[in-house]
Ligand binder design. Structure first.
Ligand code: ZN
Ligand code: ZN
Length: 363
């Protein structure tokens, strides 16, 4: 029911019809009305939506699993709940609340992964902008149990990219077996995930080695990484021996952990070489098609842990937002209208985007 909000019948939305057709921005996409919502569903009027590399994979259809078609992408949305489905029994959120939409749109909360707190790997999971329509539209349907309340002190545009990029790197660092004063290596440090990883790592008392991404190195990314608190910067174009440079930079012993968000296999293999004894490799990036090749001899003799980390659960999302709300982490983004989504995808594919792009859904 939605007594206080006027819900239009149509909306602006960016639609992927097929993976090889150009993205289409339409003005007459239907809005699911309050009376049409199932129990447990809610309708969110979006203010902002971040753009993630995953949206590009969904758009291009280059992952081993395919997105639904036609598709509205996007999974870093922030907006206000304007309606909740009738007969919803209990709801942790109410109409008028400001909430976030993340990658995991819905999980059953009852299968074994859900019961063990791995709801992002739910056997019945639904994913925003992949298996259900996402946030590149003015309204999105979500579930009251899975929208994330946004802390009052955090502006909506600032919160958007925390919901995927922030949560993903926050959880990876949280489970990286590191302690205050430990060295952590962050390849791809100037990009969307990387610039947030630096800030979460610094907030957690870690010492950061930032490694420039393969695709594009450059002064702007270096400056950003050092400003955010990275102690060392290693540039692919300048270094002759990346592994040696990282080991030298980390007391000659190697790093305690690496959070690899890069979209290529090589970055994972190198990590085994520059991690110190007992080090942890956090596997986070989701390349289109790549396998992780680790030298078994050194993985064993160095007692290396290789740990996959997939976005985050509801608790991780709240923690990541809370740290941002306390001013410890700030997303560096440029605001663009929805009509510039195609151009943004081009920038992501070329690796030329510093920080993040956030779309203003009201424009
Ligand atoms: Zn994402
Ligand atoms: Zn489940």
């Amino acid at each position: 029911m939605s007594p206080q909000f006027n819900i239009p019948k149509t909306q602006v939305a960016a639609i992927v019809e097929t993976t090889d057709a150009p993205l289409k921005v339409v003005r007459d996409h239907p809005v699911k009305q309050a009376s049409e919502l199932e129990p447990g569903e809610c309708l969110v009027e979006l203010e902002y939506s971040g753009v993630c590399h995953t949206d590009l994979h969904a758009r291009n259809g280059d992952w081993p699993i395919q997105a639904k078609l036609p598709l509205i992408g996007g999974h870093e949305g922030v907006g206000r709940i304007v309606a909740i489905g009738e007969h919803t029994q209990t709801s942790p959120v109410k109409v008028g609340d400001r909430v976030g939409i993340k990658w995991l749109a819905y999980s059953c909360l009852d299968c074994e992964p859900c019961r063990k707190g791995l709801e992002q790997s739910c056997l019945n999971g639904r994913y925003s902008g992949f298996t259900v329509d996402g946030t590149f539209s003015q309204y999105v349907v979500s579930w009251v149990t899975h929208v994330t309340p946004i802390p009052e002190s955090l502006q909506s545009a600032d919160a958007a990219s925390i919901l995927c990029a922030g949560v993903t790197v926050y959880r990876a660092i949280k489970y990286s077996n590191t302690h205050i004063g430990d060295w952590i290596v962050l390849p791809g440090a100037g990009g969307g995930l990387g610039h947030l990883a630096i800030q979460y790592a610094v907030a957690m008392g870690l010492r950061v080695v930032a490694v420039a991404p393969h695709a594009d190195t450059g002064a702007e990314k270096k400056e950003l990484c050092l400003k955010l608190g990275a102690e060392k910067w290693i540039d692919f174009r300048e270094t002759k021996d990346l592994v040696k440079d990282i080991v030298d930079a980390t007391d000659g012993l190697g790093a305690h952990a690496a959070v690899v968000t890069a979209a290529n296999g090589q970055a994972y293999a190198q990590a085994i070489d520059y991690l110190r004894m007992g080090g942890t490799l956090m596997v986070v990036g989701l390349p289109a098609r790549a396998s992780l090749s680790a030298d078994i001899f050194f993985t064993v003799t160095k007692s290396i842990s290789i740990v996959g980390s997939y976005v985050g659960n509801r608790q991780d999302a709240r923690e990541a937002l809370d740290i941002a709300a306390r001013g410890k982490v700030k997303v560096h983004f440029v605001l663009k209208p929805l009509s510039e989504l195609s151009k943004t995808y081009e920038g992501l594919a070329e690796g030329t985007i510093v920080g993040r792009v956030v779309l203003n859904m009201k424009e």
